[in-house]
Design a protein around this ligand. Structure first.
Ligand SMILES: Nc1ncnc2c1ncn2[C@@H]1O[C@H](COP(=O)(O)OP(=O)(O)OP(=O)(O)O)[C@@H](O)[C@H]1O
Length: 802
């Protein structure tokens, strides 16, 4: 069955929107212009089909259907878009867009798009008109009108608590202005120049609402939100004069669910009733509009219709968008929403056109509806019983609380509220008296305590005062002393200053006098200055002449002197060179002579050493022979085997050993027989061994050993031994001296000579240097002499290189 709706008013249009859900449902179906619904619990149930101006599928579509209203707004007609449906059906989504994505092209709501449209039109008409757009945001909650736009205006304010408090207690007045327009007093108007500004205003308004909702448990969420866009147009061609003013109201209506369903939460009963009332009032107004019955539009039935009065008339553009949430649990709400749409289209006046017009009796489904209504009534009755029961329990609680034995119910019923109030006041007063008495007691205790404290403090203060007085006396004396000292110092200072001033004055006077004298002198000088200058000029000329002459003379003399000096130096140089040459020659000769002498001396010494060595060998030979003689004497070799005497070991000479006479043996070993001289000596020794008699002869010892007595022989042996020791000592000394001489000859003497020669050379070089310097000075000054330098001797034909 389909209800054909007759609607005589073309300005009022009804649209539908079915919210998509994420599962396949069979309850609601829709086309571009109709929505059909069928009871999901009854397989045999028939579908109810309701036709609309359009069934909106997207946000863009929803805006498009309302766009002509904006065109009308520009033409000066008020408009109104009403978003109707149960909670969660998509009312806010259609108007404001998806929360958090309000500016996304596919999620943007009608309001944002409307502002964008108006702003684009503003640009279009820019040359001839000025568009002034303002916006306001109000809400109607429990018949309280509150300003949500204010939150945007005071968004910078820090004290959010204050804002919340003001908002909670707010209830703006609705009044009619002189133009017959219905206004909300003091409602904040925000100037809009971009879509973002409006989005921000709405968001901040909702945030404020959410905060209050969280804070106050009694604060419900069901309210009507009214966004008004006011457009003022000014004629640029006519002195920017305002020529048109119209507005469009977007109303996000509170959820339209049944009262019974609203009672799930405590305290929302009143809220639900008021919403229901306002929605019913709205439907009545809309019905009247659709029937073009302008005279009997019941605006005053609710605050909502009163606020919308300016738009709810036959001339204004009105759009009702009915939202359906096709969740199968929502059958009744969906049906109710569709019926609401039908009602507002003047269903009462329209005749339901049945598919079979001749069918008599009630319309199909009537019985079922009656049954449902009865069920609802039963449900409501039980709810009322429950509420009444709760009410009674509450009364008895109050009775207990007040402590009075009064039948409160009766009191309420029979207008005993005043008496109850009296009891309450009495009880309060009693409690207050009790509290005050307690306070009084506490206050007395406090006073006692304070008095004690006061006395103690008084005592303390007296002590302090005494101490302070003593200190005061001390300080006064100190101050007195200090003042005296100060006076003394002052006097001294004055004296010093006086002296200083006198001195300064004297110095100044003296200086002044000096300066005056100087000035006088200077003045005289200045007066005589021209003559003085003339005299000085003459003098200067004279001096210059003299100077010129002197210079000439001096130059001449200098030249002469220089020439003389040069000749002298050249001569001196030549002499010095000759002298040094001679000197050096002499020294060279001396050196040659010395070397010659030294070589001779060396030869001589070598000969001596050689002789001494051969003598030493011979001595050694003698010693050896003497030793052997002693041995033979002891062995009796000279007395035909008869041993005449035995010489004690300590008296006997010892044979020179290698250990004791290291040098001697070393020398003997090192000399080979190839050395002719030594060979000869060896030969001599070997070939002609010295006999003891020869030895004695050689040493001028004249004696006959054979005739000698033993003591004499002993004495003789001892003598030989001593002699031998002395000879060895002499030999050692001689060796030493030879070594010394060799060192001296080879090092010292020659070194001394070289040193001497170096010193002379050094001296000579210094002299040459000096001479060269003088020559350079002479040649430099005269400027005409060639730069001849005397070369040092080293570079001349010297025999010795430096
Ligand atoms: N046509 C749609 N397309 C996509 N999502 C939608 C549509 N309609 C509603 N919704 C989604 O459903 C959720 C509820 O929508 P919305 O808040 O607009 O409902 P409502 O009727 O305004 O409820 P309330 O009365 O509580 O404000 C939102 O999160 C929204 O994203």
């Amino acid at each position: 069955m389909q209800n054909r709706i007759t609607n005589g008013n073309q300005n009022y249009k009804i649209f539908a929107r079915v919210r998509p859900i994420d599962y396949q449902q069979k309850m609601v179906d829709f086309t571009n212009e109709s929505v059909s619904i069928r009871d999901p619990t009854n397989k045999n149930a028939e579908s109810k089909i309701v036709s609309f101006s359009s069934v909106c599928s997207t946000q863009e579509h929803a805006f498009k259907v309302t766009e002509p209203m904006l065109q009308k707004l520009i033409e000066g007609h008020n408009s109104c878009v009403l978003s109707y449906g149960q909670t969660g059906s998509g009312k806010s989504y259609t108007l404001f867009g998806q929360e958090g994505e309000e500016n996304k092209p596919d999620k943007k709501g009608i309001i944002t798009r409307a502002v964008e449209y108006l702003l684009s039109k503003s640009q279009e008409f820019e040359e001839i008109r000025e568009f002034v757009i303002t916006a306001s945001m109000a809400e109607l909650f429990l018949d309280q009108v509150r300003d949500l736009g204010k939150a945007y205006q005071s968004r910078q304010q820090v004290n959010t608590n204050q804002i919340l408090q003001n908002y909670e207690n707010e209830n703006l007045t609705i009044y009619e202005n002189s133009n017959g327009q219905i206004m909300i007093k003091d409602l904040t108007q925000i100037s809009i120049s971009s879509a973002q500004e409006l989005t921000d205003m709405i968001q901040i308004g909702f945030q404020l609402r959410e905060k209050l909702e969280q804070q106050s448990k009694q604060f419900g969420s069901k309210c009507h939100t009214i966004i008004t866009l006011n457009l003022v147009q000014k004629d640029k061609e006519n002195g920017n004069q305002q020529f048109m003013n119209a507005f469009i109201q977007f109303v996000d209506l509170a959820g339209s669910e049944r009262i019974a369903k609203s009672l799930t939460q405590e305290g929302q009963f009143q809220e639900a009733i008021l919403i229901n009332q306002s929605l019913t009032a709205l439907s009545k107004c809309l019905t009247a509009i659709s029937q073009m019955n302008s005279k009997n539009i019941p605006y005053r039935d609710s605050k909502l219709t009163r606020i919308l009065q300016n738009c709810l008339n036959s001339q204004s553009q009105v759009a009702l968008i009915v939202h359906i949430n096709p969740n199968e649990n929502n059958f009744e709400e969906c049906l109710s929403a569709l019926q609401y749409a039908e009602r507002t289209k003047g269903v009462a006046a329209a005749q339901p056109i049945d598919d079979n017009p001749n069918q008599p009796g009630p319309f199909p489904g009537q019985d079922k509806l009656i049954k449902k209504l009865q069920d609802e009534n039963t449900e409501l009755k039980s709810k009322i019983d429950f509420i009444q029961k709760e009410h009674r329990t509450k009364l008895s609680e109050i009775q207990n609380l007040l402590g009075i034995d009064v039948d409160l119910e009766k009191l309420f019923i029979h207008g005993g509220a005043q008496e109850l109030q009296k009891y309450k006041i009495q009880k309060d007063a009693m409690q207050k008296v009790e509290t005050l008495q307690n306070y009084l007691k506490e206050a007395d205790q406090m006073i006692d305590k304070m008095q004690k404290e006061k006395e103690w403090m008084k005592k303390e203060e007296n002590n302090k005062l005494e101490r302070l007085q003593c200190r005061n006396i001390q300080l006064t004396e100190e101050i007195k002393k200090l003042r005296e000292q100060q006076a003394e110092y002052k006097q001294q200072l004055e004296q010093i200053e006086q002296e200083k001033n006198d001195k300064v004055l004297e110095t100044v006077k003296k200086k002044l006098k000096e300066h005056q004298e100087v000035i006088e002198k200077k003045v005289n000088v200045i007066i005589n200055l021209p003559q003085a200058i003339q005299a000085k000029t003459q003098e200067v000329h004279k001096h210059e002449d003299i100077k010129r002459m002197a210079k000439f003379e001096l130059e001449k003399e200098y030249k002469q002197q220089m020439d003389n000096l040069k000749t002298e130096y050249s001569k001196f140089l030549q002499d010095s060179t000759d002298q040094y040459e001679k000197y050096l020659k002499k020294k060279n000769e001396e050196i040659d002579h010395f070397i010659h002498q030294f070589k001779k001396y060396q030869e001589k010494k070598k000969m001596q050493i050689r002789d001494m060595k051969s003598e030493l060998f011979e001595l050694y030979d003698i010693v050896m022979k003497a030793f052997r003689v002693i041995e033979k004497i002891e062995n009796g070799a000279y007395s035909s085997g008869i041993r005449s005497f035995n010489i004690p070991a300590m008296d006997k000479p010892h044979i020179p050993t290698r250990n004791k006479f290291k040098n001697l043996f070393k020398y003997l070993d090192s000399k080979s027989l190839k050395n002719t001289k030594e060979y000869e000596i060896k030969e001599k020794i070997n070939l002609k061994p010295l006999q003891i008699s020869q030895f004695l002869e050689h040493n001028n010892i004249k004696m006959n050993l054979l005739d000698m007595q033993e003591p004499t022989l002993r004495q003789f042996a001892s003598m030989i031994r001593d002699e031998l020791i002395q000879v060895l000592a002499r030999e050692k000394e001689l060796q030493k001296r030879v070594i010394q001489l060799e060192i001296l000859q080879s090092n010292n003497d020659l070194n001394t000579l070289i040193k001497e020669r170096d010193e002379y050379k050094q001296l000579y070089l210094q002299e040459v240097k000096k001479l060269n310097q003088s020559k350079r000075i002479i040649s430099g000054k005269s400027g005409s002499h060639p730069n001849v330098l005397i070369r040092p001797l080293t570079q001349q034909n010297s025999r010795y290189k430096l």
